[in-house]
Design a protein. Structure first.
Length: 217
């Protein structure tokens, strides 16, 4: 007698709890970056992860909690790593302009690399009031602003034309907007990507230098 033919409905290998949680997080990241917080449902996440909604809610109490784990925490960690790498040592060798140029260039690339996650977070916190309970402050971004303001203050002689804590936020906003909304702000044919990036770098550096002691520029 030949061996018995295996049934096509053979029982699937049982998944571990850790494997299920990983599948849910991976699926949630894809769904949130594609549809944003409001446009994503737990049913869609469960389907992508090939789990039931009951399994999803056993691991994550709410959609906001899942957003926190899948999008907010990784983005916060990415930004924390960037912050440490770029602002951790104020004694680096090189002119202030060269260091600022290198930093802004990397910030532009960082925002471009994480634009989908950032947009998902921006939309969720701006247009879905009350839905983000449990999602804390962007700790690493606040640390970046505090550190940047402190470094700018060291370069100011007398009263600053623009408060350093405001200048660092305005500078960041200029870089963020130029990357996140590039297609809207800079129509095709207006300038090359390289020219746009160079213009933003010069704009930010000149703005920061407006507060600086001339001897430190």
């Amino acid at each position: 007698m030949t061996d018995a033919i295996q049934s096509p409905t053979a029982r699937r290998k049982r998944r571990s709890s850790a494997d299920i949680a990983d599948r849910i997080l991976s699926a949630a990241k894809e769904e949130f970056t594609r549809g944003g917080f409001e446009g994503t449902t737990t049913a869609a996440i469960a389907r992508r992860a090939d789990v039931t909604e009951a399994q999803l809610f056993r691991h994550y109490a709410s959609k906001a909690a899942l957003f926190q784990e899948a999008v907010f925490k990784p983005l916060n960690q990415h930004f924390c790593d960037f912050h440490i790498r770029n602002l951790g040592d104020a004694s680096q060798v090189g002119s202030q302009r060269d260091k600022a140029h290198g930093y802004i260039t990397e910030l532009q690339q960082f925002i471009a690399d994480h634009s989908k996650m950032l947009m998902s977070l921006i939309v969720a916190r701006t247009y879905v009031p009350g839905s983000m309970q449990g999602v804390g402050e962007f700790d690493s971004l606040r640390a970046y602003f505090d550190r940047g303001a402190a470094m700018m203050s060291q370069r100011v002689e007398g009263d600053a034309k623009v408060a350093p804590e405001l200048m660092v936020r305005v500078s960041f906003a200029a870089v963020l907007a130029s990357v996140m909304f590039k297609d809207w702000l800079f129509p095709e044919g207006l300038a090359s990507d390289e020219a746009i990036r160079a213009a933003i770098i010069d704009f930010v550096i000149e703005g920061v230098n407006a507060n600086a002691d001339p001897g430190l520029k």
